[in-house]
Structure formats: structure tokens, C-alpha cells
Design a protein around this ligand. Structure first.
Ligand code: WTA
Length: 635
């Protein structure tokens, strides 16, 4: 990745200017120099945000796995591609070389083909963080099947919704997963989900925890014996630049999750280019991103970005507090990690524990630290900088989204001076801007606005699976001819961006995006519930936690409130997953509503955050009295 590899601030500005003045030439040079193509493109970019329609590298033919695997074989065939660190600290780490990864991906791809999976088919992957997960992802890409990875913490109902939405033919899962000292019955969850999924013909099952599970005849197959007899070579399906590579679901403000569709060439170019620049990866480095491959961070910065650069990428199966809160640092010391990328919520949790968990380990290999997923507060930033980076490793606070496919705003280590809580400057090619409430672009600095992007970049999601209108409405309708991120941001006097948080009905809890609507739908299913509203409130570790206001039906009145709270959280766990459970549930006789019947979440948010002094004008509400009642009974 030599072209436009940035090494100082001056270079950044030069490269940035070039990327804006002539974006097509800029991306063409990167694409040309750093990847292998079966056929080059006829046209670099065509776009129209009003439709919206986007095409990058049209006419090009390629397979992303040839860029992630084949081309490395003769130069770094024996280099570790994936370094797997198991949940059990006493179990040995597994070093999978590029050659071995190539063979294992080929075997898996051949198994998929044997079951009739072909180009364009959707395959759902519901696996823990074990090598089979990365291998399945790459095997799909090898044969042109579209992978849809569902985070293995989602419930059966949430899994079924995602399988059905994109009509997956196959599910790849495991008997179960290890999580610290617990195990989770993944196959049981899949079985339950599949009661509602008629389109699934095959379930492939990796053996991980050796639990007793039921296998349904002619549907469920153990993976290991199939892989054992599969060929270690599998020709790559030649894909068009704009063929879909994967679907990944993200929460929206209405009930259904949005299946964001990413396509092949643009995604490859952008994830690889940003990996190289944001982490300043060098050939001998060992890079670790603690995310799960079930999220976009894992797709772009555990699998595709690192492997396209021939990097050594760590996959960690476990959790930060098992066997104790020193686990991350033990791994850093053991594998001499050079780049470490995690979420603010993890940093806050780690910072609460005794420093001795950190001090026990030699962290001197670390060169670059990263964060992603939510705003990082100043205290957490300093803790990370002082105790982990020892003030010598730059922190890259990377802002981006499932929809953007890759990092958009971030410092470049050793080039961009960092300021805590600022994601700083847009990467080359990213034309960020702020918009005001009237739809005008804010050109001055030191202003707050809604964060938009005014020019396409290669890894933009191209649509929402099966619902292009929703894609248009969500991202391209708020501001004419701009991609709207859903985030608010401040731009300081020097042009640095600080992301202030979501401005829509998405709440980020422990780095996970949660839409309010699906949670409210789950609560409202409870027979005693008439209506509900969810808001976020500040939480020391999770960033935000969820506060629910619930109106009961007559049948619910007089019932034990704690029992009701447990039942409501149980329902949420079943419908979505434990990550969406509410920290506080307040029962109320009403919700503040505008005259048109809209719930005034702004007021509910303030009450939940214990900030009731400036509630603003409540007199125009349909039912102003209910506000006093809610304040009086606030938890
Ligand atoms: C938030 C994760 C502040 C933001 C890659 C965004 C951030 C949403 C940051 C996307 C950051 C992500 N600072 N906020 N560095 N990074 N966010 O789709 O609100 O899971 O819109 O993608 O996370 O979350 P997603």
C-alpha cells in the first residue's frame, strides 16, 4: 500500500487536497497500484445521490479473496494471517498462516458448493469468534455467495428476522460458544430461529464446546468431517465490481433492522487503504482489534482490511474479564501486539479496575491505540493514553458506521496531533460537512451541526437489502444531495470534528447501536403493557443505558412492579438479545405528547438523565401534568 501512504501532517494535507480536487484519479491510482484485478474498470465512478445510485470501478472484475489470500502466498505464505487466541487462557493460541488460511477457506468454499451454494446466494453466519467464522466469511466471498453475519449474542427471534429478510439458504453455526466461564447454546438458538425460517435448507455446525445438541436429519451437518475430505483448492468466482459482497444488519429508528449491502471492489479498496493509514501497519507487526466479526468493525478491520494488506490479525474468542481483568494486557504482552483497537465501553470498564492488572504486563510493543463505536469521554481517553499507551502511542479515535464500510474521520498516527474526544480530520477522499436545521451547510468553524458527507467514497453501502426506498429516506432525504449520518458533530477552530452523538432514535449502549422502536415493540407485547417509550441516559461504563417509561393496562395495575420489570426484560432478551435490556423501568400513567400525538422524547431524556431544570416549554403538550408525575417518580 505505497500509494498515498501518509507519514506526516503535510503529506496528509497534500493527499487530502488531491483526493478532493480529483477524487476519481485519486482512487484510481490507489486501486491500480495496490490490488490485483482480473479486469480493470471502464469507469471509476458514477453517482447520483438523488436516486441514490453509486457505482465504483464499473466494469472491473475481481475476487476479494484473491487479494486477501492468493497474492500473499508466494511472498508471505508462512506468515501468520490469523492468530487465534482462545477463551481459555491455558489453551494454546493457533497461528494460521496465509497458506493454511488459503487451504481452509478453499475447503470451506468447496463444502458450500457441494451444498449447492452459488454466486448471489445468501448465507447466514452465526458463529462465535473462532477461526471458522473468518473462514466462512472468506469462503462465501470465494464463491460469490453473499454473507450475512449475525452477531452470536442476538436472540433466536432476532436471528430469524435477519435470516428471513435476506432469504438465506444456509446457516453456519457451532454447537455452542465459550464466553468467560460460561457456555452459550448457539445451536439451540439456531434451532429455535429456524422454526420460523422456511428458506433454510442446510445448517453446517462447527464443533466447539462439545455439548449435546440435536441434529436434524437432512438439514444439519457437522462441518469437520466435510472439511476433512474437501479439496484444498477452490477457484475464485470472478465478480463484478458492484456485485454484493455482504449484508450486515444495523439498527434503525423503525422496527426492522436495516440490511446494509456492501459491494466488492469499492469496499475492498477502501477498507484496505484505511487500515494501512489509520493503523500505520508495517510488515512485521501484530495487529489486534477486539471487536466481534458480527459487527462492521470486525468485517473491515479484523478480516478484509488487514488480510488485504497481508497483516497478522488477532481473533480473540473471550471476554476482557476472564480469567480476570488483566486478560487484554496479558494477550498484548504475550503476542507483542503493535496496534490495539477497542471500544470506549471496554476502556471504561477496564479503567475501573485496579491498575495492577495493567502493570503486571509488558506493553512496550504497542505503537498505535484505537477506539471506535461511540464517543470516548475525556477521562477514559486519558486513562488509555497514560496507562496503556504510556503517553507514547497515539490514540486514533475513529468515527465511522456500518453504512460507511470503513473509517471516515480519524487521526493518522504520528501525523495528526490528537485532542481527547476529537475524531479530528476526515480521511483522504471524505468530504465531511455540517448542516444546520434549515438545511444549509455550515461553513464557519466552532459550530455544531448535523454531520453529512457530500461526495461518495468507495465503501458506501449501496442500498438496504430489499428496501431501496428506505435507504433513500434514511440517508439521502434529510439534506439534498448529501449523505446524512444520523450523528451530530462540532467542528472546532482548527477544523477538527468532535462527534457529539446520535440525533435520531438510535441509542448506543456499550458500543452497540440499538433502535428504540424494536425495543418498544418487544415491551408492548407484554400483556400488561399499554404503551412504552425508551430513552438513553448517561452510564459510567456503557456510555448510555436504557430507561423505559411504561404505561400499564388495567390488568397490570396492582401487580408486583419488580416482577413486571423482570418479565419485560425477559421479553426484550427473547426478541432482541440481552444487550437491549433496560437498566431502569418506570411505570407511569401517561407519556408527554405533542398535540399531534408524538412522544416528546427530549423531555423523557432529560428526566432520565436527572436534568430537569431546563425542560423547556411544556405548556404546548397535550398533557403537561404528566411531566410532574414522571419527575416525581423518576428512578
Ligand atoms: C457512533 C461502528 C463517536 C456514531 C463502526 C455512529 C462514534 C455509530 C464513533 C455507528 C467515534 C462510531 N466517536 N461516535 N469514534 N465511532 N460512533 O454502525 O454514532 O455500529 O453513527 O459502526 O457509532 O455505529 P456502527
Amino acid at each position: 500500500m505505497s500509494q498515498y501512504h501518509i507519514k506526516n501532517l503535510e503529506e496528509y494535507f497534500q493527499v487530502y487536497r488531491k483526493s478532493v480536487q480529483n477524487p476519481e484519479q485519486f482512487w484510481e491510482e490507489i486501486a491500480e497500484e495496490n490490488f490485483i484485478w482480473r479486469k480493470k474498470w471502464d469507469k471509476v465512478l458514477s453517482w447520483d445521490f438523488s436516486k441514490p445510485e453509486l457505482k465504483w470501478f464499473e466494469g472491473a472484475k475481481l475476487n476479494i479473496t484473491e487479494n486477501c489470500l492468493d497474492r500473499h502466498l508466494h511472498i508471505r505464505g508462512n506468515k501468520t494471517a490469523i492468530l487465534f487466541e482462545p477463551n481459555d487462557p491455558k489453551a494454546e493460541a493457533e497461528h494460521i498462516t496465509y497458506k493454511q488460511l488459503y487451504e481452509r477457506v478453499s475447503e470451506m468454499a468447496n463444502v458450500l458448493k457441494d451444498f449447492g451454494i452459488k454466486k448471489g446466494d445468501r448465507v447466514c453466519i452465526y458463529l462465535p469468534m473462532i477461526p471458522e467464522l473468518a473462514i466462512s466469511v472468506l469462503a462465501c466471498a470465494r464463491i460469490g455467495a453473499v454473507h450475512s453475519v449475525v452477531f452470536a449474542g442476538f436472540s433466536a427471534a432476532a436471528l430469524a428476522t435477519r435470516i428471513n429478510d435476506s432469504d438465506c439458504k444456509m446457516v453456519i453455526t457451532s454447537d455452542g460458544s465459550f464466553r468467560g466461564n460460561k457456555t452459550i447454546d448457539l445451536k439451540g438458538i439456531v434451532d429455535k430461529a429456524l422454526e420460523d425460517c422456511e428458506g433454510v435448507e442446510t445448517v453446517l455446525v462447527a464443533k466447539r464446546i462439545h455439548s449435546e445438541i440435536t441434529m436434524q436429519e437432512d438439514r444439519d451437518y457437522w462441518l469437520a468431517p466435510l472439511l476433512e475430505v474437501a479439496y484444498k483448492d477452490c477457484g475464485a468466482e470472478i465478480m463484478n465490481a458492484e456485485d454484493p459482497l455482504f449484508i450486515l444488519y444495523t439498527s434503525g429508528s423503525t422496527g426492522m433492522p436495516k440490511g446494509m449491502v456492501h459491494t466488492t471492489a469499492g469496499y475492498m479498496v477502501y477498507s484496505a487503504y484505511t487500515f494501512k493509514n489509520v493503523f500505520q501497519y508495517n510488515e512485521e507487526d501484530v495487529y489486534w482489534c477486539t471487536a466481534d466479526i458480527g459487527w462492521i468493525t470486525g468485517h473491515s478491520y479484523i478480516v478484509y482490511g488487514p488480510l488485504a494488506n497481508g497483516a497478522t490479525t488477532v481473533m480473540f474468542e473471550g471476554v476482557p474479564n476472564y480469567p480476570d481483568w488483566g486478560r487484554f494486557w496479558e494477550i498484548v504482552a504475550k503476542h507483542k501486539i503493535n496496534q490495539f483497537y477497542t471500544a470506549p465501553t471496554a476502556i471504561r470498564a477496564l479503567a475501573k479496575e485496579n491498575l495492577s492488572f495493567v502493570e503486571k504486563y509488558d506493553l512496550s510493543s504497542l505503537k498505535v491505540l484505537g477506539t471506535v463505536g461511540e464517543p470516548i469521554n475525556e477521562e477514559a481517553w486519558h486513562w488509555y493514553n497514560d496507562n496503556i499507551g504510556k503517553k507514547k502511542s497515539p490514540i486514533v479515535d475513529t468515527w465511522w458506521q456500518t453504512e460507511t464500510g470503513g473509517i471516515m474521520i480519524s487521526p493518522i498516527p504520528f501525523s495528526t496531533p490528537t485532542i481527547p474526544t476529537f475524531a479530528t480530520l476526515p480521511l483522504p477522499g471524505i468530504q465531511a460537512c455540517l448542516m444546520d436545521e434549515n438545511g444549509e451547510e455550515i461553513t464557519e468553524n466552532q459550530m455544531n451541526g448535523r454531520l453529512c458527507i457530500k461526495f461518495p467514497w468507495p465503501s458506501m453501502a449501496r442500498t438496504i437489502w430489499g428496501n431501496h426506498q428506505r435507504y433513500k429516506d434514511t440517508y439521502f432525504s434529510a439534506f439534498e444531495n448529501k449523505y446524512f449520518t444520523g450523528d451530530g458533530a462540532l467542528r472546532d477552530a482548527t477544523g477538527y470534528y468532535r462527534i457529539t452523538g446520535r440525533v435520531d432514535d438510535v441509542i448506543i449502549v456499550s458500543g452497540h447501536n440499538l433502535g428504540t422502536a424494536p425495543i418498544e415493540d418487544a415491551i408492548n407485547e407484554h400483556p400488561a403493557v399499554a404503551e412504552s417509550a425508551i430513552v438513553g441516559f448517561p452510564h459510567d461504563i456503557k456510555g448510555n443505558a436504557l430507561y423505559g417509561y411504561v404505561i400499564l393496562k388495567e390488568v397490570g395495575e396492582g401487580r408486583d412492579q419488580n416482577n413486571l420489570r423482570n418479565e419485560i426484560n425477559q421479553l426484550i432478551t427473547e426478541r432482541i438479545g440481552p444487550i437491549a435490556k433496560l437498566d431502569k423501568i418506570q411505570f407511569t400513567s401517561g407519556l408527554p405528547k405533542t398535540r399531534s400525538g408524538k412522544i416528546m422524547r427530549r423531555i423523557l431524556r432529560k428526566i432520565a438523565g436527572n436534568d430537569t431544570k431546563n425542560l423547556g416549554d411544556t405548556s404546548t403538550l397535550l398533557n403537561p401534568d404528566v411531566v410532574d408525575e414522571i419527575i416525581k417518580n423518576a428512578l
